[in-house]
Design a protein around this ligand. Structure first.
Ligand SMILES: [Fe+2]
Length: 467
């Protein structure tokens, strides 16, 4: 008998395994005290396959699930729901998985995929959107988490939307993009504060690529074209949908926020991959982008992940690119040597010069697994010699993306709390840690104990006064 994928694949085991129950848990147990200024909802998105996969499973494949923790008046309440996609409904009817994953594209006669909404969420113009970069967004009710259906901005969005739109903290605009293996390979959009798409431009890029995220400044957008290339010929012969082609190098494009393809200034540098920029800003004639940079990206292919040098080249570290628009020169360099991912800034600094960053990182015990298992969160102070403070949780206790919440609207950068989900292996359950950012390594002000584990996932966001 063929072994089940879930008994072979580490992304279906331990706290990567799906949690297959939807529920509501009012008045969670809180260790410590939730600050009364904290009033809003933390939404965390992640992959959570409802059925045993057909064929090989990639972490990016799972059905989306949103976990929401609503905090108000010192109390916390939990709710989780699947992103109820049409594909998932079809599978529920059948009682089994019907859609193969990313690693099986080559084996499908006609590739079909679910709109999983498994990667990130955004609340803009009153709409909560569950996002996955292959597809249109899915609208959910921010309070009940009921899935309302696929959302296309009133017919203005024809193709996929990145899972990483940016929210401009000053004018409320939401710049975003979508990428595709077919022309136009990149499409750029701006939604205004009311949620109307007011700018839509196809952007010429040198090759079709998996562009997971981008960056914005007050005046510019920054596109990172890395040498992970859509390879449809390879798919036709049963291979991977992406191929790593380092000889192409990396191109970084800088364009005015309301620009067009012909306005893009391109800068070339060494091959690398970036899932997530930390932030970007204008600095005179220059545009500065801080990112978590990988030397290469092989893990789309499980075979490559068996390379003994996998870990060294497959970890990301904070790195700064500075593109001078007057001289055409690109400068770059490492900011820090911790392995990390899921970098975030104070959302009020998006597109503006930031001093602090927060990210998930490997704890002092290292990471012996091939999974992106981060057991600590870090805070970096870029004005104090890139000083890094760590909150380690110990081996096996994975931590998710840290999100900064200011004490109040006018509080200084870093004056507030850092929120993240941590898995407690001893309790086999997760908790929301609320750490005072200015006492980063101290006891957290509160730990919200969830009634069960939340599988390791992707991105979380705090939206004030919601829920
Ligand atoms: Fe992401």
């Amino acid at each position: 008998m063929e072994e089940r994928e879930s008994s072979l694949n580490p992304f279906l085991q331990g706290n990567f395994a799906p949690w297959r129950m939807e529920g509501d848990a009012p008045d969670l147990e809180v260790v410590g005290e939730l600050p009364h200024e904290l009033c809003g909802t933390y939404f965390r998105s992640g992959p959570n396959p409802a059925f045993e996969p057909i064929g090989r499973y990639h972490w990016f494949d799972g059905d989306g699930m949103v976990h929401a923790i609503r905090i108000a008046g010192g109390r916390a309440h939990y709710r989780n729901r699947w992103v109820a996609s049409d594909g998932l409904k079809e599978e529920r009817e059948a009682g089994r998985a019907l859609y193969p994953g990313l690693l099986e594209f080559g084996r499908m006669e006609i590739p079909r995929f679910k709109i999983t909404g498994n990667t990130n969420n955004v609340l803009h113009a009153g709409k909560l959107l569950a996002l996955v970069e292959s597809s249109l967004p899915t609208e959910m009710d921010p309070r009940t988490l009921e899935t309302k259906g696929v959302y296309d901005f009133g017919g203005k969005l024809a193709g996929p939307m990145t899972a990483h739109p940016k929210l401009d903290p000053v004018n409320g605009e939401m710049p975003f993009f979508g990428y595709s293996p077919f022309p136009p390979y990149l499409q750029y959009y701006v939604a205004d504060r009311s949620g109307a798409i007011v700018h839509a431009e196809p952007i010429d890029i040198p090759w079709p690529t998996m562009m997971h995220d981008f960056a914005v400044t007050e005046r510019h957008v920054v596109f990172l074209v890395c040498p992970i290339v859509f390879d449809l010929a390879n798919v036709a012969s049963g291979g991977s949908v992406f191929s790593w082609q380092p000889e192409r190098g990396t191109r970084i494009g800088v364009m005015p926020r309301r620009g067009t393809s012909s306005d893009v200034r391109w800068f070339e540098t060494d091959p690398c991959y970036v899932f997530h920029p930390l932030n970007a800003y204008d600095d005179g004639d220059a545009v500065v982008v801080d990112v978590h940079r990988y030397q290469q990206l092989l893990f789309m292919s499980p075979e490559a992940a068996r390379d003994p040098n996998w870990r060294d080249s497959q970890v990301a570290r904070l790195h700064r690119f500075t593109m001078n628009l007057a001289t055409g020169a690109l400068r770059e360099g490492a900011l820090d040597d911790h392995e990390g991912e899921f970098p975030r800034v104070d959302e009020r600094r998006v597109g503006r010069k930031h001093r602090f960053g927060y990210f998930a990182t490997t704890g002092p015990e290292g990471n012996p697994t091939l999974q992106p298992l981060f057991t600590a969160v870090a805070k970096i102070d870029l004005e104090r010699g890139s000083r890094v403070e760590l909150r380690p949780h110990g081996a096996g206790n994975g931590c998710g993306e840290p999100v900064f919440v200011p004490r109040h609207d006018a509080a200084d950068e870093d004056d507030g709390w850092v929120l993240y989900l941590a898995y407690d292996a001893a309790r086999n359950a997760s908790e929301l840690v609320v750490a005072a950012s200015r006492d980063f390594t101290g006891e957290p002000v509160a730990r919200v104990l969830l009634p069960h584990r939340v599988p390791y996932g992707f991105h979380g966001n705090w939206f004030a006064n919601v829920g």
